[in-house]
Design a protein around this ligand. Structure first.
Ligand SMILES: [Fe+2]
Length: 434
């Protein structure tokens, strides 16, 4: 990993910058906002646009449906493609200090993420909010080279949720076909609270991590640290190293989150042969700056990076699992805890069909389902501090005292728990006699 501009970067992994401080681009956040609002006005009428002007872009889900996002994204990115690419080039020049030629990804993403409570009830056929757009003149080439991988199956991971309710699990970008030495721009068009923003795991910079090929996210069974939340005000952007583990907090707020993602590469991009596809369409910064419209097609088979032998993965110590005994009739699980709880402060009691997480709090032990109620991911893989446990997939924080999160419909199932000389006893619903 190479460092970002060291004076402003956090551990060399990311920095925050306000778009208004980018010379010649002071008004670009407002321009994007206006383009979105005027497009909504064309689609839904003047009253819808007026509501957004008065109450903010965060109310977008009140005036459009997820089915409308595709057309909105098409139009906004089509209208603003050239200035967005030029602004990305300005980030390379002004923030990263790149003074030679460099590369800008032609693929632009307008991320419109409705609140989870709205998104989970939307049309399963609507578009994934993380999908972007290439220039019109290379889309046919892209389609012709599309590869279907027999292993990659993201729908399973998202456990039946409509795409609008998906959030990115933890990943590094070269796992998903990006070059290894890119820099990402993640720019907040409206306010982005922590509970709708990006999360990073800077402690894991340069640590070898295992990729799950089925999801292109971090493999299950790797226990994460507590996520670093990155709230942004409208107009602020993160510039970060996408080879450091990162993901997205499921939008558990009541506001729509609007952001734009762009990508830079200091040198000609090369790809990892281990991934089944590559992001092949790029532009030269110098071409963008001269107003030239040329898109380079870097065919993956001609642009593999030097082979890298992955360093061995060292998996952090897992949360201990003890076998419990389920007494169906009494509705109890019995188990024997280790004499001292480990550093993780947690123990999993496994008694099929139950998998229960015991946590230590300031006033006693609590027992919760070990599965996050969103995707069912094992919370034993998530970080934990004195007050909260964090979902390793969607970064939601659950209060250890109550099991609650920032989203009312995402609360951990809790169980009565007591300890005595014979062990730990967890009350679960007794089986109903038939
Ligand atoms: Fe990413």
């Amino acid at each position: 990993m190479t460092s970002l501009a060291p004076s402003a970067a956090s551990q060399g992994v990311w920095l925050k910058y306000h778009a208004r401080d980018l010379a010649a681009w002071e008004n670009m956040t407002g321009r994007v906002l206006e383009e979105i609002i005027s497009t909504v006005g064309q689609m839904k009428g003047a009253a819808a646009a007026q509501l957004l002007r008065e109450q903010g872009i965060e109310r977008l889900h009140e005036v459009i449906d997820t089915e409308d996002v595709t057309a909105l994204r098409n139009q906004v990115l089509e209208q603003l493609r050239q200035p967005l690419l030029a602004m990305a080039a300005a980030v390379g020049r002004q923030i990263l200090g790149w003074d030679g030629d460099f590369y800008v990804d032609d693929y632009l993403i307008l991320r419109i993420n409705f609140p989870y409570e709205v998104a989970r009830k939307t049309n399963p056929a609507s578009e994934n909010p993380g999908i972007g757009r290439l220039s019109a003149n290379v889309r046919d080439q892209f389609q012709a080279r599309k590869v279907i991988d027999p292993v990659y199956a993201p729908k399973d991971y998202h456990r039946g949720h409509p795409p609008a309710a998906w959030a990115h699990g933890p990943h590094i970008d070269s796992w998903a076909g990006h070059s290894r030495d890119g820099r990402n721009i993640w720019w907040a068009i409206g306010d982005v609270p922590a509970e709708a923003g990006m999360v990073l795991y800077p402690e894991l910079a340069d640590v070898p991590l295992p990729c799950e090929r089925r999801t292109l996210y971090l493999q299950a069974g790797y226990r994460l640290p507590v996520p670093t939340y990155l709230p942004l005000q409208a107009g602020e952007m993160l510039v970060f190293d996408p080879e450091v583990l990162h993901g997205t907090h499921l939008n558990t707020t009541d506001a729509t989150r609007v952001a734009i993602s762009m990508r830079l590469n200091a040198s000609r991009p090369t790809f990892d042969p281990a991934c089944f596809y590559s992001r092949e369409f790029w532009r030269r910064a110098a071409d963008i700056e001269r107003g030239h419209d040329e898109v380079l097609h870097l065919r993956r088979e001609d642009n593999f990076g030097a082979p890298v032998t992955p360093a061995p993965v060292q998996t952090p110590p897992a949360v201990p699992v003890i076998a419990g005994t389920l007494d169906q009739a009494a509705g109890l699980i019995h188990g024997r805890l280790p004499a001292t709880l480990p550093d993780t402060g947690r123990v999993i009691v496994d008694a099929a069909p139950y998998r229960i997480m015991l946590v230590r709090t300031g006033d006693g032990t609590r027992a919760y389902d070990a599965a996050c109620p969103h995707y069912g991911v094992d919370l034993a893989d998530g970080g934990c501090d004195a007050d909260k446990v964090y979902c390793p997939a969607c970064a939601i924080a659950f209060d250890l005292q109550t099991g609650k999160s920032s989203c009312p419909s995402l609360t951990l199932q809790s169980y009565d728990v007591r300890q005595d000389g014979t062990g730990v006893h967890i009350g679960v619903a007794p089986a109903v006699a038939t």
